[in-house]
Design a protein around this ligand. Structure first.
Ligand code: ZN
Length: 55
């Protein structure tokens, strides 16, 4: 893939550009996904507790 910062060809699997150090945004997506999964895992017991309290 082409680096949007320096326009050189970087390996597709690279997380950062080996030439200029540009951080490809693809990695941030997986971090975001992990954060959403973690938030759901943390929220699930709270949802269950609220359901128990409101029954
Ligand atoms: Zn670059």
């Amino acid at each position: 893939m082409e680096c949007p910062s320096c326009a050189l060809e970087a390996p597709d699997e690279a997380e950062t550009c080996p030439y200029c150090g540009y951080e490809f945004p693809r990695q941030k997506k997986s971090v975001m996904l992990m954060a959403v999964v973690m938030a759901l895992l943390l929220a699930w017991p709270l949802i269950k507790l609220i359901q128990l309290l409101t029954d």
